[in-house]
Ligand binder design. Structure first.
Ligand SMILES: Cc1ncc(COP(=O)(O)O)c(C=O)c1O
Length: 459
């Protein structure tokens, strides 16, 4: 969540005691690793729990606490921790080599699966992460159109490269990071999400737009829900003007449906970025899309093309064989859509269950989201924010403004004390969470809210 502040004292004291070994590790980590963490989203007050191992939808902290997990590999472990098919495939590959220094049959099978599942994917190029995928997609779009600007939406997240730092959090005019050159920021044209007229105005006023990039499932993993009519409108608008439409499906790919949000909403982009579930819980990403655009990466029998016109792309660990086998095992298992149907149904049940718990306690919070994702907004009543309604223009700035950050940290700690690791403000289910684990989660959430209520956290 990114700010500092102390959680309410009784919860914090209990948390410090319960996760005492984690506290010690964090103390040491802070001397070795800046801020003690290796991803900004893991910033937790007063300190994060340290995790030793996972299995299925559960994981265990260094203190031995059994936790129901809603991080599930930052959304990558759609089949949960250590799915037997993934483990078997990875173990077998470890005996064959972790990097084969060349092309290998696994990358061909992996790409084949992506093209079979993802509607827009005529060809696939593997990268090492989702960040690299969005960076490469922008390069491809610029090369394909010979234009430079990219329309991006307020609140949408595309990783951490320079172009992706634009317009991520309110105030949207300020990049989320220092150290980004002004020239990179100037390449991105910001529009409010779900606002087709704003995009139309930009495309009518300018002739230098290469692409429109967005999280198809809504900004910040659905914190700003997508209006499906907006996706359809964008498709028509961009197609009519020769501007490429790029869906960032790093979260939604293979999750919303086997073919991701583009299958779920029935809108096919020109390019798609993938990661997370793609590589079955190991590192990996990809750009997939229209053959004519993707083939800008291909060498030709033409030295001028190869040296001056081709799109260059390298990466030591692209299509790493260990990641490839984990990805293949996962995609083969989720190809028929059964896992997604189950996870989507569990997602609805979890959101309803958590809202029910909040209502019973009288806590001012709202859980919403789509598919197997949840978003939790604290104090919608006090702040006058309406998170409901499936479509239309909601106040996205309000949905991304967290005036009381310590309250989110307190909730995370209180839930952890009751055996659930619920990332905030959003997280994900796997297809292997059980109904019983859901019930335990809802009961734990209710207890955590009562604890917060007793401390007067909710006005
Ligand atoms: C929508 C979206 N795009 C891109 C990324 C970046 O992916 P990675 O963390 O693999 O670099 C993320 C990561 O969470 C994401 O949610």
């Amino acid at each position: 969540m990114g700010q500092t502040g102390a959680g309410p004292s009784a919860i914090e004291q209990a948390y410090r005691k319960h996760f005492a070994a984690s506290a010690k590790l964090f103390e040491k980590a802070q001397q070795l690793i800046p801020g003690g963490i290796t991803h900004d989203i893991r910033h937790t007050l007063p300190f994060p729990p340290y995790i030793e191992r996972g299995r299925g939808a559960r994981k265990w902290s260094v203190e031995g606490h059994d936790l129901i997990d809603y991080w599930v590999g930052h959304g990558a472990l759609f089949l949960g921790h250590l799915h037997p098919a993934v483990v078997t495939a990875v173990k077998a590959q470890m005996d064959r080599g972790t990097h084969l220094g060349g092309c290998h049959p696994l990358e061909v099978r992996w790409a084949e699966l992506v093209t079979e599942l993802v509607p827009s994917a005529e060809r696939v190029r593997f990268t090492q992460s989702g960040t690299e995928a969005t960076q490469l997609a922008l390069r491809l779009a610029r090369a394909a159109t010979a234009k430079e600007k990219v329309v991006k939406f307020e609140g949408h997240f595309h990783g951490w490269h320079d172009y992706a730092t634009v317009g991520v959090k309110p105030p949207y005019k300020a990049p989320v990071s220092r150290g980004v050159p002004a020239e990179a920021l100037e390449q991105m044209l910001l529009c409010p999400p779900n606002d087709l007229e704003a995009v139309r105005r930009v495309l009518e006023a300018r002739r230098d737009v290469a692409a429109v990039l967005l999280e198809a499932g809504g900004g910040a993993s659905g914190t700003i829900p997508t209006d499906p009519a907006f996706l359809k409108g964008l498709r028509e608008l961009t197609a009519a003007r020769g501007v490429l439409l790029i869906f960032d499906e790093v979260i939604t790919g293979f999750r919303y449906a086997p073919g991701g949000a583009q299958e779920y909403y029935g809108v096919t982009p020109d390019l798609t970025t993938l990661a997370k579930i793609l590589a079955g819980g190991l590192p990996g990403g990809a750009v997939a899309g229209r053959g004519d655009v993707m083939d800008l990466l291909a060498f030709r029998d033409d030295s001028t093309w190869n040296r001056h016109q081709r799109v260059a792309h390298a990466g030591t660990f692209n299509a790493n064989p260990v990641c490839a086998v984990a990805g293949i095992a996962t995609l083969e298992l989720i190809a028929d859509g059964q896992a997604q149907r189950r996870a989507n149904q569990l997602g609805g049940a979890l959101r309803a269950g958590l809202n029910g718990a909040a209502e019973r306690v009288g806590a001012d919070l709202r859980v919403y989201g789509e598919s197997s994702c949840y978003n939790i907004f604290l104090e919608p009543g006090r702040l006058g924010v309406d998170v409901n309604g499936k479509t239309g223009r909601r106040d996205h700035t309000a949905l991304q403004t967290y005036p009381n950050i310590p309250l989110y940290h307190a909730l995370r700690c209180a839930v952890l004390l009751h055996g659930v690791d619920l990332p905030l403000p959003h997280g994900w289910l796997s297809a292997v969470h059980t109904e019983q684990e859901l019930e335990q989660t809802i009961a734990a959430f209710e207890k955590a809210l009562r604890m917060m209520q007793e401390e007067g956290c909710f006005a």
